[in-house]
Design a protein around this ligand. Structure first.
Ligand code: BG6
Ligand code: MG
Length: 213
């Protein structure tokens, strides 16, 4: 029996693990960078994955070599979110990543408790849009935590809300910051995506569909 056959809890990141929203975050940040007149590449975007909205904005500002007041930062983060919301309002179940729903259902059938561990403040809205909100026993998102990944807070809170120890759980993550957060929380972590980028994970798979049996 593999490790995944013995787990009691599974904690899922949202963007890039369950739903294909990473592309929308990228497009919205890219639009902001273009407005300022500099290029924002997909390689730059890796640094934004998993981190909070405000921290993402700070990284973009750093890439562009800009200086903004706190008030301007808030306005720009809001502007980015409005563009992002326009994209996610169009979402439906077709934007669930391959195998995501099937794997959640398979874990549930085995009695595994399921939590969301996301930095996003739009998480509940997205889960409802794609029709999987009712599969979660706990939802820890950007409205509930104050410290962004790579801080372990989101996953520590997830284990706590599931009533389980970190050693009884597994985290599924597509971002370097999220993998660091899981390791710091003491949870076994499976990277979803490119092994070259996610080298710190305990194991890497291409997508949740690789885990569906
Ligand atoms: C994470 C994404 O899940 O949520 C980040 O990987 C994003 O790219 C962060 O910045 C915050 O999301 P939101 O929806 O609150 O702007
Ligand atoms: Mg992610």
């Amino acid at each position: 029996m593999g490790l995944l056959d013995n787990i009691k809890g599974a904690l899922f990141d949202l963007d890039g693990v369950l739903v294909d929203t990473a592309k929308y975050h990228y497009l919205a940040w890219k639009r902001l960078a273009e407005q300022w007149g500099f290029e924002f590449t997909e390689a730059d975007n890796e640094r934004l994955k998993g981190v909070s909205r405000m921290r993402s904005l700070e990284i973009i500002i750093e890439i562009g070599g800009l200086t903004l007041s706190e008030e301007e930062k808030l306005r720009k983060a809001e502007e980015k979110n409005e563009w992002y919301l326009q994209y996610i309002h169009q979402m439906d179940h077709s934007e669930l990543l391959p195998g995501a729903k099937e794997y959640l259902l398979q874990l549930k059938a085995k009695g595994v408790r399921i939590a969301l561990g996301s930095a996003s403040k739009n998480a509940v809205f997205i889960l409802e849009k794609v029709g999987i909100a009712d599969l979660f026993d706990a939802i820890i998102d950007g409205t509930k935590v104050s410290k962004a990944k790579p801080d372990p807070e989101v996953f520590e809170a997830g284990c706590r809300e599931l009533g389980l120890k970190p050693s009884e759980c597994v985290v599924f993550e597509d971002a370097e910051a999220g993998i660091k957060a899981a390791i710091a929380a003491g949870v076994y972590v499976i990277g979803i995506g490119n092994p070259a980028i996610l080298s710190e994970a305990n194991r890497v798979v291409g997508g949740l569909n690789d885990l569906v049996s």
